[in-house]
Design a protein around this ligand. Sequence first.
Ligand code: ASP
Length: 457
Amino acid sequence: MTAKPKCGLKVAKFGGSSVADAVQILKVCSIIKMDPDRRIVVVSAPGKRRPDDTKVTDMLIACAEAKLAGRTADVELKAIVERYADIQRDAGVGDAVIREIEADLRDRVASDGSHRGRFLDLMKAAGEDNSAKLVAEIFRKNGLDAHYVNPKSAGMLLSDDFGNAMVLQESYAKLASLKTAPGISIFPGFFGYTISGAVATFPRGGSDITGAILAAAVQADLYENFTDVDSVFSADPRIVPGAAPIGLLTYREMRELAYAGFGVFHDEAIIPAVRAKIPICVKNTNRPEAPGTGIVPNRKYEGGAVVGIASADGFCAVYVDKYMMNREVGFGRRLLQIMEEEGLSYEHSPSGIDNISVIFREKDFTKEAEERVLSRIRTELGSDNIDLDRGLALVMIVGEGMHYTVGVAARATTALANAGVNIEMLNQGSSEISMMFGVKAMDRKKAVQALYEAFFN
Ligand code: ASP
């Protein structure tokens, strides 16, 4: 057995519900105290305290919109300061930090609003930035040697795609120095700076991306993502109440599940950690003793073939028939070239002997795109028949074990048939760790329940 290194390093990211009020932040504080390896902490902006509450990020957007519409934004700004002041009072820290937060917000609101995207990002970033300052203050009051880290000085450099920024490669070397920073670094999630010094944010939910970037940059032993659920579940608990928790997933399994709408991670959020092969753990701030779900490069295959079932609606399919298509060199390429020329990104393209279908996200396949694409297929490819099916849902079963198991497809299709779900399309991913079923959107829940019953009960 190899000895555990004396001083490990974990990056722990806490989402909006974990920093929504003082009670939650004190839970975060005790989680950090439990493990001296937790030396880099990434925080979101305060999230909802109750289902009908508003996230600070949304309050900031409302504030920015008020200014952009030429109003004073004073009411909106005061409400945001009050959210932070509630936390400060309940946590029992001095109010100097609130004065600092108010001054910061006033500066932001007063800044140049001529570039909408840049101004919105400057405003949105205030949520995480001030959350990090306040959390650092509360940690210090509770005996931790915590320091707010300014993403600009730390080197979090992003592209200037405001609201949809991407990390620049040179950030990693700069951020690596956090490894040896004294005490506990509190890093605000969700934003960074462009080369020219403007604030830019990741897409919504992007604090997960910050955490993954830092974990990769410092080569952390573990990236812990604290949220408000005990683990990743094998099916959406809203569709399958009591769905089993997943103990361990591979990166590939997580990616396939996230693609089809698994809610825990932003689809591309963990890519930096995955590329650097950093193990990830999803944990619950409200129940840190629960083991959570590990996400790792590889796992030993044991037990059931399927680890999870995911589903999403909002898809449509174009089915193209042409007799002897299999002999026609270049048919598939020409079909996909039409899509490319029409600027359409397709999701899947299962094919048969005389037919091929192309699946799109419905939001991309507008009525105008439909007319152009169908008429081009008819005239340029001489197809015998074309059908368009809207209102489709994709249901995926995912598991590394599927690769080694005989009869998965038979079990799945039997379960769907017994539940009266018509399979519009079936596609086995070329990685052989997933199988995808196209069903009518109204059958989605029934399909997930039937597959869960077949593979987990
Ligand atoms: N606060 C941002 C949002 O609400 C980012 C995050 O929480 O990850 O989208």
